[in-house]
Design a protein around this ligand. Sequence first.
Ligand SMILES: [Zn+2]
Length: 241
Amino acid sequence: MFNKSLFSTGFESLKEREVEQKQKAGHFNQGLFSFYVPDGGEALMRFLTEKPVSFMAHTIKVGKAPRTFVCTENDECMGCKQSDSYDPSKPNRASLKVAFLVLDGREVEVDEKVDGKPTGKKKVITDQIKIMVRGVNDAANIQRSAVKYGLTNGTYTCFKNGAKNPYNFEREVGCPPSKDAKFWSQEPLSQEALNELIEKLPERYREMAKGEGGLYEVLCSQFSPYGETATVEEPVGLKRL
Ligand SMILES: [Zn+2]
């Protein structure tokens, strides 16, 4: 006999279980989109945080998307108790990650919404604040750029050639003609430009960004241990370099 309590019937309970699963995984903490460059792709970008935030992390798929969770590095860690999302026969091992807040200069087409409801039309958006999480190989590339040029005082093109290759960062010269020089010149962002970007953040991050912790606090608030929800405090295990 199958175990009846493990199954639910009907679309409504399906929806409920979906929400439950996402909440369990702390999905709702991941308020900002991830900065991602596909193989063979490139993206105009700007670092908004100069120093990397590093932590031991679990990559766990929530639905189809891989998400980053903080490993608490103790027996309580729920992430350590999960299986590897890509090879379920193995445990989910934590690995060292670095995270930055970045500005993504690519244009993307999204569904237009008014009061949260789709209008059926499309619109093009750009210059979005995103989180970039990378492993140690990429961190070495980023550090090279940081030492040579500094990260936040200009813009970069980030590109990736091949699945196993890390992200590479090439310093831009000048502002691309199609872009707003306020955000994409080879100078540090003005306070005015930064404020304009902060206004584009979801509401709950705006005050955080203007507060003492600034953009680093917004960045750290994006990560929590697996299984925990809705925390804006700095998660355990997160270290600032
Ligand atoms: Zn762990």
